[in-house]
Design a protein around this ligand. Sequence first.
Ligand SMILES: *[C@@H]1O[C@H](CO)[C@@H](O)[C@H](O)[C@H]1NC(C)=O
Length: 118
Amino acid sequence: MHPTLIFLLVVSIVGSAQSQTWAGTYTADPSCNTANCCCFSGQIVVIKTPPNTYGLTSKVAGMCFMFTSISGSTTLTGYTGSLTMSGVPIYLQLSPDSRNITATSPLSSTCIARATKV
Ligand SMILES: *[C@@H]1O[C@H](CO)[C@@H](O)[C@H](O)[C@H]1NC(C)=O
């Protein structure tokens, strides 16, 4: 491979690793089990308020303590963050390519809710 091309590839991989972008609209992954879990439903919208505060809004479906939507704001640095839904912590993880959000809760360790950027 040409040395310049290798250099460009390295730079773009390092660049994308450092600049995660949580903000955007995501679509809930239907694989989440609503019979046992609280799952994202429809679209999840993440809005950035500089420097590091993010607002997250989503409909939810399944075993969600009677909730039909969640919204909250959180400080996100890097690729992990957390929200609280009526006292229940929700851990958020962004994939290295900033395309997928994975949400888990310590209350139901087998439940994983995923969403992919539109
Ligand atoms: C993101 O989610 C899509 C759809 O589920 C999947 O195909 C893809 O491999 C995921 N990417 C990462 C980096 O996890």
